[in-house]
Design a protein around this ligand. Structure first.
Ligand SMILES: Nc1ncnc2c1ncn2[C@@H]1O[C@H](COP(=O)(O)OP(=O)(O)O)[C@@H](O)[C@H]1O
Ligand SMILES: [Mg+2]
Length: 340
């Protein structure tokens, strides 16, 4: 783990809010999150299932589906306002400047066309090159993601490939047009452990080779320690802590971060097993608790934590968290109130 300093900001997310009006009420999936991703940086987003990781990522790449509503905030990529782009601009932007790979490659590859057709058409439509050039580039890209018999794989259909092979094809597809930012949303969760390890190595290797930035979404802190430069910890639609991987690992500030770290099953971070869950129930997005969203599960919960959400506080350069424990809280509000 090394701390790097970046000067060139690629992506700037500010106070982003996304909700889903449903028949049972409004689900506030993302509640005002902010982060930066710099050129060449790998940022991890860690949090339990339902914390808003995917919804926030879909907002960046214009893939939010109805009934999602962006209630506020801004997303800028190289200074351009993503949220005000037309559908057409967004289609060009997606795949060209930013790409995404998903948890389930099966659902993203079209079952009715051979792999080669899908890769060639993606290149042909984005880069306006001839189909024979596109075919050549597609084969090269398949080879660069470690597929040896690329010519054969071009002819195959999704159903004829293993999960690991599908994920490699998805990575090839995402990287075809040389994106500046790759968003990987739990890209290995559906794969078995040895294949997970290979795919994570491959992604890191490609990221370094291409000087690309990456947002790596996971519920596994171990992977973050291994491949990320910085990390944002999400809880209940908010970022509760962010900083360099070094700072967050060696000096975690938020009780949720500490609980997540305890939940890493082994000190050997090379093992990408499933996380042991943090004690207590995640937030019910339809009726979130008042005050700090984590207070019902927090062993250090004070009076004030139930009443008021804490503001973000920067403790050292680039390392911040939102927690009342970091503030000077008056004695009357201090008493620990959660029974354990
Ligand atoms: N189509 C939808 N309708 C209603 N609620 C949704 C929809 N999609 C996501 N949500 C809610 O948004 C919240 C965040 O979801 P998501 O970003 O998928 O979580 P994560 O990726 O962290 O597991 C969850 O509470 C989820 O139930
Ligand atoms: Mg998700």
């Amino acid at each position: 783990m090394q701390s790097k300093h970046y000067s060139d900001k690629l992506l700037e997310v500010r106070d982003l809010k996304v909700s889903f009006p449903t028949s049972r009420g409004v689900v506030r999936a993302v509640n005002g999150i902010s982060y930066d991703v710099h050129r060449g940086e790998v940022m991890g987003i860690v949090g339990e299932s339902g914390s808003g990781k995917s919804v926030s990522a879909y907002s960046i790449i214009g893939l939010l589906k109805s009934p999602a509503v962006i209630d506020g905030g801004s997303i800028r990529f190289e200074g351009r306002d993503i949220l005000s782009m037309s559908r057409k601009q967004m289609e060009k932007f997606r795949g060209g400047e930013i790409s995404m790979i998903f948890q389930d490659p099966m659902s993203s590859l079209d079952p009715v066309f051979p792999i080669g057709h899908q890769l060639t058409e993606t290149l042909h439509s984005h880069k306006k090159i001839s189909r024979s050039d596109a075919r050549q580039q597609a084969i090269q890209m398949l080879q660069s993601v470690g597929i040896r018999d690329a010519q054969q794989v071009m002819k195959k259909y999704r159903s004829e490939l293993s999960g690991g092979m599908c994920q490699r094809v998805m990575i090839a597809m995402a990287l075809l047009c040389g994106p500046k930012l790759l968003i990987a949303d739990e890209p290995t969760t559906a794969l078995d452990v040895t294949i997970q390890d290979q795919i994570i190595r491959l992604l890191k290797d490609l990221q370094e080779r291409n000087g690309m930035s990456m947002i790596f979404i996971t519920h596994n802190f171990g992977i973050v320690a291994d491949i990320c430069d910085s990390v944002s910890i999400m809880y209940g639609g908010t970022v509760v802590e962010q900083g360099s991987v070094n700072d967050v690992f060696y000096s975690p500030l938020h009780p949720y971060t500490k609980a997540l770290m305890k939940a890493i099953p082994r000190v050997d971070y090379k093992e990408y097993e499933r996380l042991i869950p943090v004690e207590g129930m995640p937030i019910n997005a339809l009726s979130p608790p008042g005050g700090c969203g984590f207070h019902p599960r927090c062993a250090s919960c004070m009076q004030i934590c139930r009443q008021k959400a804490p503001a973000r506080k920067e403790i050292s350069y680039g390392h911040s968290a939102s927690c009342w424990l970091l503030e000077d809280v008056q004695e009357s509000e201090e008493a620990v109130v959660n029974e354990k």
